[in-house]
Design a protein around this ligand. Structure first.
Ligand code: SF4
Length: 386
């Protein structure tokens, strides 16, 4: 895939950065005035200069936003002694022997289905934060986001170690030198034990995977590759601008390099039946993924889906329907696949519907109770293909 200077092409540029690379990313938001080649050359030149200047600001602003993107999903919330699914925080605790939380970062990327490379407008469910956590402060540099996030999460959750979570937009969608610089900045903290990188399958060519494999030699690397649905008709409908085949190919190539991979699925996408959703689960269950996130479809304000919803063209799942789907899915997944999230949550400021998006804990309890009622758990109906 050809990659160029695509950072923040549709987003408000920001000034006052100590990190020159990040400054340039945002400056490239003025791409209409900068040719791609010139931008890349300028970027490379700036990175070179930036690498010589390691002096980072020490007085990080004490931003105290609520967003922590912390690993809060519970194995159980109903008092059971045995969790009925494999939790992400348990996985991290075992791996690092410490309380490890993720610090969400918006590094200024965009997406190939936003900037016209593959499509325009982005996924129809995605808002202008690019699936980033709601209180990421985009004005801050990557290093500032990291440092303020660490202090906030340390205070709130008594966290001991941290993962820099490149969450918003497509975090492998830039030239290698830019990726290197950003990843290096995020690792420049004694309590950061690795990086999580959210991306799309079409932004994982072999050069990117080689880069991630290189980082894996020196730190923990966790790759999150969005899929949402394994059905191309659905992917077309939501303007993903990549195919299911590209996803499976990217995962296979990442696995060959021993990179840990997670995926994201959404239940309740337009036109999908229960059988469609379960078929997606079946297809991802046995491809060697380390982890999975499942969300209900939430309608965010100012998105194409919000228009469809307001015009009555977008039926949404009822909460009990969703609980049944999640329990069915958990039963079909391998017992050791890490479950990172089962319910999306948000605020009334950002989400229009459904109302139960605002009651994550109650829905989580319902999922636990349903598994207990069924007498099942994650993996109860998993059958490996081989
Ligand atoms: S690829 Fe991700 S960040 Fe980009 S538009 Fe789609 S959901 Fe949003």
């Amino acid at each position: 895939m050809q990659k160029g200077a695509r950072l923040h092409r549709h987003r408000t540029p920001v000034v006052n950065w100590p990190n020159v690379v990040e400054s340039l990313h945002r400056a490239l938001g003025y791409e209409a005035r900068v040719s791609r080649l010139a931008a890349v050359l300028l970027l490379m030149h700036t990175i070179d200069g930036q690498q010589k200047n390691k002096a980072e600001r020490q007085n990080i602003s004490k931003n105290t936003g609520k967003n922590a993107s912390a690993v809060t999903d519970k194995g159980t919330s109903t008092g059971q002694t045995q969790p009925r699914y494999t939790s992400f925080n348990g996985y991290l605790k075992e791996k690092f022997s410490a309380r490890v939380y993720r610090v969400p970062i918006d590094a200024g990327f965009t997406c190939p289905n936003r900037d016209g490379t593959r499509a325009m407008g982005g996924c129809t469910f995605c808002d202008d934060r690019g699936s980033g956590a709601p209180t990421i402060n985009q004005v801050l540099s990557v290093k500032e986001q990291l440092f303020t996030g660490i202090e906030r999460i340390r205070r709130r959750f008594k966290a001991e170690k941290f993962l820099a979570y490149f969450q918003a937009f497509t975090n492998t969608y830039a030239p290698e030198a830019v990726l290197r610089s950003l990843y290096d900045v995020s690792l420049d903290h004694e309590d950061v034990v690795g990086i999580c990188i959210g991306t799309r399958p079409d932004c994982l060519d072999d050069n990117v995977l080689n880069l991630l494999a290189e980082y894996q030699e020196k730190t923990f690397v966790f790759l999150e590759v969005g899929l949402q649905s394994a059905h191309n008709k659905t992917l077309d409908l939501i303007n993903r601008a990549h195919s299911a085949e590209e996803f499976f190919d990217a995962v296979e190539r990442a696995k060959k390099k021993n990179i840990e991979v997670a995926t994201h699925l959404i239940f309740g996408l337009p036109g999908e039946s229960r059988e469609d959703m379960m078929e997606t689960v079946r297809q991802v269950a046995d491809i060697g993924l380390t982890a999975i996130k499942i969300h209900q479809l939430c309608v965010y304000k100012h998105t194409p889906m919000a228009v469809d919803y307001e015009q009555g063209r977008l039926p949404l799942l009822e909460e009990d329907e969703y609980v049944q789907l999640v329990c069915d899915a958990l039963e079909m997944l391998p017992p050791d696949m890490v479950v990172m999230r089962l319910v999306a949550e948000g605020t009334r400021e950002e989400i229009i519907a459904p109302d139960w998006c605002f009651e994550k804990n109650r829905i989580m309890d319902k999922i636990d109770q349903e598994l207990i009622r069924r007498g099942t758990r994650q993996g109860s109906r998993f059958s490996p293909k081989n």
